[in-house]
Design a protein around this ligand. Structure first.
Ligand SMILES: Cc1cc2nc3c(=O)[nH]c(=O)nc-3n(C[C@H](O)[C@H](O)[C@H](O)COP(=O)(O)OP(=O)(O)OC[C@H]3O[C@@H](n4cnc5c(N)ncnc54)[C@H](O)[C@@H]3O)c2cc1C
Length: 382
């Protein structure tokens, strides 16, 4: 056996790193295994909209303090292309300092890793988990590090290796046949801490405020997304203006475009003896309404709380309680995002009309707006 540790986390993305931080003051030896090098720039153009609840968790993890260029969102404008009805959610109306915050994906990752560097967590980079087993007395991970096979024994293995790694029985999957085009944008009008979510017949289009202007997340049928990403800047911006409208004046491309295929994927059962899944490894969602990391962070936090003082962190009763405790948040968030997509971007006339009517009503009903605001800010705890 190469290594023996209390808790081994496979996957040092945002969620795995957050869990490792949450366990830094625990009584367990913690090892974080990551396939890539932490020094390498992830080159990921996406930004992450963080809920107010996530800010509070990141503060407790000691990572918020190291975040740079975080932009508060004071207003969210939700609208539908070719339909009346527009909803404005404002921090002032909700009585909070901000509805959420926008941080760069790479900035967030660096802040989490920097906070880990002053902890006792054993961080192992450049090692790919190839296989895992869970049994009554322990878990065993087979890991490849620079061509050498190593075995890690643990009381508990946590799989935080993202959606591609989801390797439990009974994985449910809905291929939206959509992809997100992500790119930095500038506009004539300043962002004034506003975020826009516009539902088009092809899929939602979001503009999130950043230090340089906006981050665009434009969901389209995959074939159309591949056409759009290949356009030159002038034609790309013309298509964007046609979908978004002219309320921000001229829109200009300010960075490389990236494309992300979108699927809903979740494991019906996210734990087996001495192995548990969290973050995208447990559920990977459509990015509409920016819920994926916020949900994964709550997974990481709740699991850390459950494990911190446990004598045996792989105890089945502890994992079962954790999983049952996460069930409502998980199911509600999956349903929330999936329903938004099905209602607003399936191009089915009756559904489309219902969605339009829902919008007009939502604009006028405070409890409904409050529900939406609190859901965006805190998840199901709102
Ligand atoms: C376009 C887009 C926009 C989004 N916007 C938002 C948003 O605004 N707000 C929000 O909350 N969420 C958003 N999300 C979702 C969010 O990005 C994810 O939920 C989050 O990044 C998931 O983190 P994770 O750590 O669970 O998984 P991942 O980010 O997939 O990380 C997995 C990690 O595991 C490593 N790994 C993989 N396999 C192995 C292996 N075998 N061995 C060792 N390591 C391995 C990988 O290298 C990686 O570092 C968005 C997603 C997309 C696609």
């Amino acid at each position: 056996m190469d290594e023996a540790a209390g808790i081994v986390i496979a996957g040092g993305g945002l969620v795995g790193a957050a869990l490792a931080l949450g366990l830094r003051t625990s009584m367990h030896r913690v090892t974080l295994l990551e396939a890539r090098s932490f020094d390498a720039d992830s080159g990921d153009a996406r930004v992450i909209a963080l809920s107010h609840g996530s800010r509070l968790l990141l503060e407790r993890l000691g990572a918020w303090q190291a975040l740079t260029d975080v932009i508060p969102i004071n207003t969210i404008v939700v609208s539908q292309q070719k339909r009346f009805g527009r909803v404005e959610l404002s921090a002032r109306e909700a009585g909070v300092p901000a509805l959420g915050y926008v941080a760069g994906f790479s900035v967030l990752r660096r802040a989490l890793i920097a906070a880990l560097s002053t902890s006792e967590v054993n961080v192992v980079e450049g090692c790919v988990m190839r296989d895992f087993e869970g049994g009554a007395s322990g878990a065993l991970l087979t890991v490849e590090c620079a061509g050498t096979t190593r075995k890690f024994a643990a009381q508990l293995a946590v799989l935080a290796d993202g959606a591609d790694g989801m390797r439990m029985a009974r994985v449910e999957e809905r291929d939206y046949r959509q992809s997100a085009v992500v790119c930095d944008i500038t506009s004539d009008a300043p962002h004034q801490n506003r975020a826009f979510e516009r539902f088009t017949p092809h899929g939602p289009l979001a503009l999130l405020p950043t230090a340089r202007g906006w981050s665009l997340v434009w969901t389209l049928p995959s074939s159309r997304a591949h056409e759009i990403i290949a356009l030159d800047d002038a034609h790309f911006c013309a298509e964007l203006r046609a979908a978004f409208g002219s309320s921000l004046g001229d829109l200009r491309v300010a960075g490389a475009r990236q494309i992300f295929p979108l699927k809903l994927k979740y494991a019906r059962r996210a734990h087996i003896p001495r192995v548990v899944l969290i973050g995208n490894a447990a559920q990977s969602l459509h990015p509409v309404a920016g819920q994926g990391f916020n949900l994964g962070l709550r997974d990481a936090w709740e699991l850390a709380v459950a494990l911190r003082t446990a004598r045996d962190p792989g105890d089945f009763a502890i994992l079962n309680n954790y999983f049952n405790g996460r069930r409502f948040d998980r199911t509600a968030t999956i349903l929330f995002t999936d329903t938004l997509i099905r209602l607003f971007s399936q191009n089915i006339p009756l559904l489309d009309r219902l969605a339009g009517a829902g919008f007009i009503m939502l604009g006028g009903i405070s409890p409904a707006k409050n529900f939406l605001v609190r859901r965006m800010m805190f998840g199901t705890h709102g």
